[in-house]
Design a protein around this ligand. Sequence first.
Ligand SMILES: Cc1cc2nc3c(=O)[nH]c(=O)nc-3n(C[C@H](O)[C@H](O)[C@H](O)COP(=O)(O)OP(=O)(O)OC[C@H]3O[C@@H](n4cnc5c(N)ncnc54)[C@H](O)[C@@H]3O)c2cc1C
Length: 648
Amino acid sequence: MPEDCEAAPASGQECNPAPPSTSKLSQPCIEPTAHYDLVIIGAGPAALAVISRILETRPAALYTEDEHRHLHFTHRQRAPLLIPSRLSKTSKVRPTKVTPSEGCACGGRIKILIIDKLGEGFLGLWRRNFRALRISHLRSPMFFHPDASDFDSLIAYANQQGRAERGEGELPDLIEILGVVGKEKSKHRRKQQQQGALEGAKVHVNERDRRDYFTPSSTLFEEFTRQLEHKYRVQSGDGCGESTWPSVSKLFEDAEDGTSTAASSETLVEGSASTDSNPLTTVKGVVKDLVWFDGSDRTVQDDLGNHSPGFLLELADSSAQTAKSTTVISAKAVVSAVGFGGVPTIPSYLTPPVPQPPSCGPGWMHSSCLAWQPLPPPSTSDAHLVVVGGGLTSAQIVVLALTTGYAHVTLLTRGHLKSKPFDVDLGWVGRYSNYLKMQFYQTDDVAERLHMLRAARNGGSVTPTYAKVLSRLQAAGKVEIRTHTSIARAEFEGKWELGLRTSADGGREDTVQADYLVVATGAKIDFAGLPFLQGLRRTHPVSTVGGLPVLTADLEYRRDVPLFVTGAYAGLQIGPAAGNLGGMRDSADRIANRLLELLALPEKEERKVREASETTAGEAAPANSNKGRPKKEKHFTHFNFDLLSVEA
Ligand SMILES: Cc1cc2nc3c(=O)[nH]c(=O)nc-3n(C[C@H](O)[C@H](O)[C@H](O)COP(=O)(O)OP(=O)(O)OC[C@H]3O[C@@H](n4cnc5c(N)ncnc54)[C@H](O)[C@@H]3O)c2cc1C
């Protein structure tokens, strides 16, 4: 136990012995090794979007002027004066030299720690998935990317690199997403259609938008995101799945024994320009636990010795061997950017329902496993592989299996095999997607929002391109597609014997033999089950619907707990595209606005602003729009759709 309790309890607090617990955070005298203004958990595209939005001085506007007027969460945009992150003399962590920087909205005065399980740079998991499934092109359009500086920066990058007209391999770098231009409806058209003027008429998107509806190659997108990493001076992955970020124990080891450094990423990036003002530190590891001190009882201490409300986080190495030794740090705010959290949904015929099911076993694997191990090659020349799932990943695995040498593949889907360009309906994806978003924001009922989310996704789907590939393979006799079919029984003894039930055929069951089984059944949607939230949920509960948290409009866990949530778990506030590259930029915008406001304030002012913003959040919508609404729903994003003018 540390000798003094200076960092944890507020002045004058007694330091009582802690009850026995596995978490270090339950010890009242625990002293954090380092303090950060912000800790981001996860380094996928959602985290990169947050970083980009914080560090860009002039972020692109995501909403029209008209929409801005009716969305209270966009009202706070300003250039805040952020707290300096110079370290106090007593700190054991080497100070990051801080010089206010012109090119960064935070003026170089905010200290951010990014912690990721993989430590392979930003998008480590994304890149592993794309390599494993040999995905040549993204599914999303050109304006879906994590760069906050410009809506069109990916197109600009492709042009700049001379990649807009050509490709590196057999396929061009930009492929037009067919069946989109001419199908999307503009706001104006929709309004007209609602009024009956266009009943039955065909609607077209202006031809000028055609260039948006191309999808970038994986290599182009990878180069684009690496260039962003370089811009923000973050160490990239090496492209071979090796960790490049230091582990928690390495980063903090010297600080723990009082000798030296918690290296910021400035020390890691080769060939980058002046690194003095880099606010980012990156580390490979996991957050085991976190607690929030609201300042009434206990506080955290920043590098200048100021006490304020804040989090304590317990960090551990990702590798099982060293995970036992943990490090405690403090932070003013935290962003959770962990996707769905990485727990796969495993059908009960493979493993009984347990909180952390295995993602592979004898003769089978979940699709998420492919990021870590290749598909086992077939042992015979007539090997048969069965794929379960109706999403794009299933179709990609079918092709992968045939390329790996399986002679025959059966694809099982619970419903129809649906084909659409994007995983959510087109109206949520285009330039005019704000229309559907505004409709979504108009709904205050959480259950209704969940219904809208599910309806927009409507289960899994494959792209028209993959639908064509599958039907070609089916015609060639290599693939059998069995729709409305699920596995009723599965026995494995060196080979699978699978009892298949087809609902469209009166529940008829037949038996097939297979050598290998891949289930592409997605991830478990269970925010409340995220391991690092277990303690916080007990002290500060949050409600969930369909596994998704009911966050504030600013994507805070609760108005009194500045733990922000981005990515798919922000779905009830952002809409069905929350888990896609486009939705992540939306989330980043909301988080940054609130975050910069919180971090800019002197601590004693913070509580006042929290209270004030609670009131204004409820008041932002016109008075008559709140009639009859229960009080507890006031913090939900609200938009008065009727006041939005229609584009001419
Ligand atoms: C194969 C595939 C293709 C896709 N293609 C597209 C596409 O073309 N366009 C599109 O818009 N969307 C696409 N998506 C959907 C979505 O954009 C991706 O899933 C995206 O990776 C989600 O980003 P994220 O940052 O939310 O989460 P992730 O990319 O999953 O990143 C989360 C990170 O958090 C880390 N992490 C998790 N838990 C912890 C913890 N406790 N402590 C520390 N770190 C932790 C993980 O290691 C991971 O690096 C695709 C998804 C898949 C699976």
